[in-house]
Structure formats: C-alpha cells, structure tokens
Design a protein around this ligand. Structure first.
Ligand SMILES: [Zn+2]
Length: 62
C-alpha cells in the first residue's frame, strides 16, 4: 500500500458520481435522463422513468 507520489486525480474518470435520485434510494444511478440541455437526472434501473421521450425503459423486455 504505497500511493506516495500519486495524486488522487481521477484521470480516467469522465463521468461524475451520480446516484439514483429517487428519495431514499442509495443505488447507483446508471441511467441518465436529460431534463433539459443542462440538467440530467440519474436513476437506477428500478426507478428510471417508465417512459422517457416516447422510449421505453432501458433493459425493458420487448
Ligand atoms: Zn433507485
């Protein structure tokens, strides 16, 4: 365990941490839904919107 000389810069980390925005849910928000050009809501698979812009859920069975 020697991490001296290394900063904790997340070089390869492009996305920010974003957890499900459903109240009380602590799961990872793996699905992003644009509210408008500047804001994105993140939800886990379970709490993602039923319908988003006319599209069905991610991972929904056809
Ligand atoms: Zn959730």
């Amino acid at each position: 365990m020697s991490s001296e000389g290394h900063s904790s810069q997340p070089e390869a980390s492009i996305h920010e941490d974003h957890y499900c925005e459903h109240p009380g849910c602590k799961r990872w928000g793996g699905y992003g839904f644009e509210q408008d050009r500047l804001s994105v809501k993140w939800f886990c698979r379970e709490h993602q919107p039923e319908i988003y812009r006319g599209l069905t859920r991610h991972g929904a069975e056809a």
